[in-house]
Design a protein around this ligand. Structure first.
Ligand code: ADP
Ligand code: MG
Length: 510
């Protein structure tokens, strides 16, 4: 199926292809007031939920957003903005009629509907609520709001995060739904411990790991467990980006006092993806004071990051040391057995058992990211129920072709980095640093050489992976290693063994 940027359902629109990716500002001018579009989308979502099974709805539509162009009522041009061309094709192919009828039932029969790829317009995952919002975000500051589907977690209705949290808890992100294995056992136990005695056991609780390994899941499970014990706990849950944005607007509007009151009057402050503080000096300064105030008052701080405190670039030393005061723990990518358990669990949750061979195929091929693992199961089950075909290996290959290929034998940047850091005994942070000692520059240059040879990343992208170096530095590195391979047997051996370890073809001249 060729990827497409925009697919018309029903009568086609006369929209030039580039328009689907128009910047947000232009888009706002071309659409009805944001609040109206938001209201329409909520009603269309409701209509869609009535037509589609819940798991499929959550997989394909939670991050979408409806854009309604100006036009005579009942005959507007409507586009459903989605994240990528795969989603666009999938929705068009399998849910086109459902989308069309849902939109028309809300906006009128004359509407023309199109599905467009427009990542900027979509809703980031943390904001994509799994159930229609039942909360009142206009409630008085400090008043707790209801978490969606609170009953599912045993919480009293009305319990939940503080109103100014920027996410609603996902009712599936509980400890019960978290599959524990060697890779995450320690992090899981620490999260359970923090939830039992907030502010006492591990403070701060700092969780780090790659993307998609379950950090946000554990953070939210921790919030649920605190709220189950004490529904009146005042938990503020934020992505770090929100903290940064609030701080900047408080600075601009001279509202710093209000900002501080908001952030410093909580029992638990949870900040997801704290590594975003990198290179933001003033926000780091402010966060330092927020941290101190809460810590001294015995309040719990919970932080997640893509790397340990010392590896967050430019993070002030005093923050690094504070982040290490409590419990710092890593969530590692799941091992094969854990992946199998996750695959089985996710399919069972969706009401189907996967045959062992199919579960094995998925668990073997998707080995780094639980989100992808979960997505593969949902996609396969959806594919099977839509086509009526049984869950065989053949069907899995058909439904998951692109996911499996990506993971098949094509080493990624992460693979290269872990092979190089392992071989030379250096750290990723050193490869990304400005250090120019030979013990660091040589592995860095070898990593760039391998990236150029094996991956499809551009010179700029490769430079970006290694601490934001420009393309001429990458060209120089690639050139230097290529020459050394020819003139220095030791370097040749290093490169050949790395290529072997990465399973990359070593044929062709080096
Ligand atoms: P991160 O925040 O580390 O990027 P998430 O917490 O968003 O990752 O996890 C990605 C997806 O994978 C979520 O849907 C989460 O529920 C699921 N997930 C991750 N780890 C596990 C696990 N051990 N058991 C069950 N589901 C998991
Ligand atoms: Mg996360």
């Amino acid at each position: 199926m060729p990827p497409s940027d925009s697919t018309a359902i029903g009568p086609s629109l006369d929209v030039p292809p580039g328009e689907a990716r128009a910047p947000a500002q232009e888009k706002a001018n071309a659409t009805v007031a944001a609040s109206d579009a938001e209201g329409c989308w909520l009603r269309v979502q409701e209509a869609l939920r009535a037509r589609i099974v819940p798991e499929q709805f959550e997989t394909w539509f939670l991050q979408a957003r409806l854009l309604v162009a100006d036009g005579p009522e009942g005959a507007q041009d409507v586009s459903l903005a989605v994240l990528n061309s795969y989603t666009c094709d999938w929705i068009s192919k399998y849910y086109g009629p459902a989308v069309e009828s849902a939109v028309r039932s809300v906006l009128g029969k004359g509407c023309r509907v199109r599905i467009t790829v427009d990542p900027e317009a979509t809703v980031p995952p943390a904001h994509a609520a799994p159930e229609p919002a039942k909360t009142d975000r206009g409630a008085a500051p400090g008043a707790p709001i209801g978490a969606p589907n609170g009953q599912a977690t045993g919480l009293a209705p009305g319990a939940g995060l503080l109103w100014n949290s920027d996410v609603v808890l996902n009712h599936k992100y509980t400890f019960e739904n978290f599959v524990v294995g060697p890779c995450n056992r320690f992090a899981h136990a620490a999260a359970v411990g923090s939830g039992e005695r907030p502010g006492m056991n591990y403070n701060p609780f700092f969780l780090h790991g790659r993307v998609g390994v379950g950090k946000t899941h554990l953070l939210q499970a921790l919030c649920f467990s605190i709220l189950e014990r004490d529904p009146s706990a005042r938990i503020l849950y934020l992505s770090c980006e929100t903290f940064v944005n609030h701080f900047i607007s408080a600075l601009q509007n001279g509202d710093l006092d209000e900002f501080r009151t908001k952030y410093r009057n909580v029992d638990v402050l949870v900040v997801d993806d704290i590594h975003i503080l990198a290179n933001k000096e003033r926000t780091q300064e402010e966060f330092f004071h927020t941290f101190n105030t809460l810590y001294q008052a015995g309040k719990q701080l919970v932080l997640s990051s893509d790397s340990p405190p010392k590896d967050i670039p430019t993070l002030q030393e005093r923050l690094v040391s504070r982040f290490k005061w409590g419990m710092v723990t890593e969530v590692e990518p799941p091992c094969y057995e854990t992946r199998m358990a996750i695959v089985k669990r996710k399919s069972r949750d969706q009401g189907r058992e996967l045959p062992d061979a199919v579960a094995q195929l998925i668990a073997e091929q998707i080995d780094q990211n639980v989100r992808e693992l979960e997505g593969a199961v949902t996609r396969l089950l959806g594919f099977s129920s839509l086509t009526g075909k049984p869950l065989t290996l053949e069907l899995a290959r058909e439904a998951l072709g692109d996911l499996l290929q990506v993971n098949q034998g094509t080493p990624t940047m992460d693979d290269i980095i872990s092979a190089v850091t392992g071989k030379f005994g250096v750290k990723l942070s050193e490869l990304q640093s400005k250090r120019r000692t030979k013990s660091i520059t040589h592995p860095r240059q070898v990593a760039m050489f391998l990236a150029r040879r094996i991956t499809r990343h551009s010179l700029e992208e490769i430079g970006g992976f290694f601490g934001g170096r420009d393309h001429s530095t990458v060209i120089y590195a690639v050139d230097r290693v290529a020459k050394a391979v020819r003139s220095d047997p030791e370097v040749r051996e290093q490169v050949e063994s790395l290529l072997g370890r990465l399973g990359a073809p070593s044929d062709g001249p080096l």
